[in-house]
Design a protein. Structure first.
Length: 481
């Protein structure tokens, strides 16, 4: 699971014991990766027996059967292992610190934000890998387990690394930032996401995101969205720790004409059938580059990724080449042609997560698709929006109308408000649960349609997307008028 690990083991049992203050039992072992889920163990992995919803020690035999080289545990088990006193999660954090310190010359970046943090992190990781010696998370590993796990997987030969930091409540990002000790910190944007946990709403979210500067190394770089209304606050918080500010945004952003001097200024974004071109001023030079992303928010997000890559000392040409090759991620805009009886429709799977700002952006992007195609949105509830969550759903009716979306199908109790707010001509259908939506879509979808599926993960939008991809509920034989 380690990046650019070469022939040397990622960890030996002896090195693990020394890092975590544990006891090496049985014989020494060589681990080539680190895993916390016995179902995902690859041969040679160290299995870390965490105790969360279930006691990880129960799964040590399964991990050994899958080829684990050894285990990190808090009680005696059969086979090679390192045993610690107390919480195994604390041992994983200690292993993460040891990995960080042994790769002492590696430049590290951290990414957070209300929208786009996973996509930007993966875009940055693509650039780091192209430059050589790059490391980062396999997927959205952004919490108190995922961040130390990603660090523990970092080889000593790493030259550059990027980490994603997420939060649902105040106080979650600061310890993660201190664990990573980044050289650069990026906040993609601050919006009304996860505000249910904040009495003062978006202001609380902004303060929580600013915790990313807690671990920033002296002289580090803060990369900020100059078009976001929280830019002045975040700029002040970053400057308070001595950070150098590099901003990205459009010409009329909050930072105004200074944006070009600070980092990157978006001049234009031109979507095409399956790609787009970005025109921007980057570090004072005008550039035009292609993307395999068609959603307009990828204009500023690509600039954010470029600034992070530059802060991690990646050559600009390598950074641009990496961005131009990145395909949309599964659940975050990846497109699939789904076959029907007499043709196919295009499925845009953006089902991993949702907020009012990201759904609005997705609807606008859907509206820019080729004229003549029916543009259909399938939306499930957006969660953690606080007491006015239902109103925020209803507000999307105006966005769908402005974007020219032809039909909107909705699922979930909160989405009922959007269904009621839609014009009759634009209203597809509403169901109380996501699982009841696919049979309805099977009767409606036609060849040539462009279908967006988006919603919060817990509201099961991904179930709809997976069912459509699999051709279940009769979709493969659908296409009726």
């Amino acid at each position: 699971m380690a990046d650019d690990a070469g022939a040397a083991p990622l960890w030996t049992g002896h090195a693990i014991a020394q890092a975590v203050g544990g006891i090496l039992a049985e014989e020494d072992f060589d681990a080539t990766g680190v895993a916390i889920d016995s179902r995902e163990v690859a041969p040679g992995d160290l299995f870390v027996a965490l105790s969360a919803t279930r006691d990880g020690h129960m799964f040590v035999p399964a991990a050994q059967a899958a080829g684990a080289a050894g285990a990190l545990v808090s009680r005696r088990v059969e086979g090679p292992h390192v045993r610690v006193e107390g919480d195994v999660l604390l041992a994983l954090q200690a292993l993460a610190v040891a990995a960080r310190d042994r790769a002492g010359k590696a430049r590290r970046g951290v990414v957070t934000g209300s929208v786009g943090k996973t996509s930007v992190t993966q875009a940055v990781l693509s650039g780091l890998r192209l430059a050589g010696g790059g490391h980062g998370p396999e997927r959205s590993f952004n919490n108190h387990i995922g961040v130390p796990l990603t660090l523990a997987r970092m080889p000593g030969s790493t030259r550059r690394a990027v980490f994603e930091l997420g939060m649902n409540h105040a106080g979650e990002i600061a310890p993660l930032s201190r664990l990573v000790q980044p050289h650069a910190a990026l906040i993609t944007t601050v919006e009304a996401v996860h505000i249910e946990a904040f009495a003062d709403g978006e202001a609380g979210v902004a303060r929580a995101k600013a915790e990313i500067f807690a671990g920033l190394r002296p002289g580090g770089v803060a990369i900020l969205n100059a078009d976001n209304r929280w830019f002045p606050f975040l700029q002040a918080e970053a400057e308070a720790v001595g950070a150098e500010i590099r901003a990205f945004g459009q010409a009329d952003g909050i930072a105004g004409g200074a944006v070009g001097d600070l980092g990157a200024r978006l001049i234009g974004f031109t979507p095409q059938a399956e790609s787009a071109f970005v025109e921007a001023e980057i570090e004072g030079h005008r550039r035009r580059y292609p993307l395999r992303q068609t959603a307009p928010h990828w204009g500023p997000m690509s600039l954010a990724a470029l600034l992070m890559l530059r802060a991690l000392e990646v050559d600009l040409e390598i950074a641009l080449a990496a961005l131009s090759a990145i395909a949309p991620l599964d659940g975050r805009g990846a497109e699939t042609e789904v076959h029907l009886k007499d043709g196919s429709f295009t499925l845009i799977d953006d089902s991993y997560n949702a907020s009012p700002v990201s759904v609005a952006a997705a609807l606008r992007a859907l509206g820019q698709r080729a004229p003549g195609a029916r543009r259909i949105a399938v939306l499930t509830d957006m969660l953690e929006l606080g007491p006015d969550g239902a109103d925020r759903h209803a507000d999307l009716a105006a966005v769908a109308a402005e974007a020219g979306v032809d039909l909107v199908f909705t699922a979930g109790p909160l989405m009922r408000r959007l269904d009621q707010a839609l014009e009759a001509s634009r209203r597809g259908a509403w169901t109380a649960e996501a699982k009841d939506m696919t049979p309805i879509l099977a009767e409606v979808l036609q060849p040539g349609d462009v279908v967006l599926v988006k919603g919060s993960k817990a509201s099961h939008a991904s179930d709809i997307a997976m069912a459509l991809k699999a051709g279940r509920a009769g979709v493969e034989g659908g296409g009726g008028g």
